[in-house]
Design a protein around this ligand. Structure first.
Ligand SMILES: NC(=O)c1ccc[n+]([C@@H]2O[C@H](COP(=O)([O-])OP(=O)(O)OC[C@H]3O[C@@H](n4cnc5c(N)ncnc54)[C@H](O)[C@@H]3O)[C@@H](O)[C@H]2O)c1
Length: 358
């Protein structure tokens, strides 16, 4: 690319990862960083030897040098912040979840159509090394025809509820956490039509004043009858990632099986000619690329992968995916999942799309 893209980063908690990604990329430049918390702005400036910040989103949007806004604010604010960026003539990279409901989906689609700017959803788990390899093998046909897949995101994430916004309306374990597993399932089965699930709220979530399911299992079925199982458990002890990966995706096909996981960067495959035991690929040499900060729960390599994918798409005139439409479809699957929990019955994604006129 002849000219670098310039990013403005909004929200400097998880935004730390994208700052690191931008500063380490030959495709990107950092235009500005923004947070309402001025002390955090200063902390990030010091950490990254950057000499500019603002506490006003409007001020950052008014900067004509900025091409793309990276949004890492609380879930409930994403829709509004995307809207403001599009209206200011910026492309958008927004972390998951794209929104906390489909109420503003149509409005955003209309604004995007009018402004002709891109909205890319930063579904980071697609961009870990094992998940990237798994996708490549799948696209090369090594799994054969996909029969079924199992995805899970299991973590004891009670620590996340220390954030004030995570105890407010609009936060849910499903939209903030389980979306990683749902997105992986929908990536391989893009035409999910029916969902059925069971969920419960434990005391461990209730003590935070929240009444959102923290323990959930779903079956998702597509139009051709293929199905996925998706599991999420967020407020209970786990075995630890050495025993069970936090995020895992297993693809079972007619010719082979593959399993990709995070945070231990491990990729198991058994493709034809089949072996008794799966082959394991590890990516120890990439550990420090993915995990740049003090612990494995804060990471940046996959962010670097997705901003570079975004830049390469722009260079080739391709649309970076998941885009606004794909992100909205995943939210429609999750709304159907919520309906299934409420009715204890099968819920249909086309009904959700019809109800929101999507
Ligand atoms: N793997 C992933 O993809 C991943 C991981 C962690 C968090 N996230 C997402 O990142 C987002 C932020 O999570 P977090 O853990 O950093 O939360 P956080 O509370 O630590 O950070 C949010 C920041 O946004 C700032 N903010 C709020 N409103 C603002 C406004 N109007 N203008 C400027 N700044 C504003 C806050 O001051 C705060 O510093 C969430 O949507 C979360 O789902 C994604």
């Amino acid at each position: 690319m002849n000219q670098k893209l310039t990013m403005g980063v909004l929200g400097l908690g998880e935004g730390r990862s994208i700052i690191s990604a931008v500063l380490n990329s030959r495709y990107w430049e950092l235009g500005n960083i923004c947070d309402l918390n001025e002390a955090l702005c200063q902390e990030r400036c010091q950490e990254f030897h950057f000499d500019k910040y603002t506490t006003s989103y409007e001020e950052m949007l008014a900067d004509e040098n900025i091409d793309v806004i990276g949004i890492y604010t609380p879930d409930q604010l994403h829709a509004e912040h995307i809207k403001m960026a599009l209206e200011a003539g910026k492309h958008v990279i927004c972390t998951k979840p794209l929104m906390v409901s489909l109420d503003q989906a149509n409005e955003l689609l209309r604004i995007q159509e009018r402004t002709k700017k891109l909205v890319f959803v930063g579904q980071s788990s697609r961009y870990f090394e094992p998940m990237r390899r798994q996708r490549k093998d799948f696209e090369q046909g090594k799994n054969g025809d996909l029969l079924t897949l199992e995805a899970h995101y299991i973590s004891d994430s009670r620590w996340f509820l220390e954030r004030a916004w995570s105890r407010k309306a609009g936060f849910s374990w499903m939209y903030n956490f389980m979306i990683h597993a749902v997105d992986l399932a929908a990536w391989y089965l893009p035409e999910i039509e029916e969902v059925y699930g069971i969920g419960s709220v434990s005391e461990n979530t209730r003590v935070y004043g929240l009444e959102v399911p923290d323990t959930m299992k779903f079956l998702l079925k597509d139009s051709s009858g293929r199905f996925a199982s998706v599991t999420g458990v967020y407020a209970a002890p786990t075995l630890g990632s050495a025993v069970q990966q936090n995020i895992s995706c297993t693809l079972r096909g007619t010719k082979g099986i593959s399993q990709a996981g995070y945070p231990k960067l491990k990729y198991y495959t058994n493709f034809e000619p089949l072996q008794k035991t799966a082959e394991l690929q590890t990516f120890d040499d990439l550990h420090d690329y993915y995990f740049r900060f003090e612990q494995e729960n804060h990471h940046a390599g996959e962010y670097q992968n997705y901003i570079e994918y975004f830049a390469e798409c722009l260079q080739k005139g391709k649309k970076p995916l998941p885009d606004l439409r794909e992100g909205i479809h995943t939210l429609a699957v999750m709304e159907a999942m919520e309906r299934s929990l409420q009715t204890q019955n099968v819920a249909r994604v086309p009904d959700v799309l019809r109800d929101y006129k999507l």
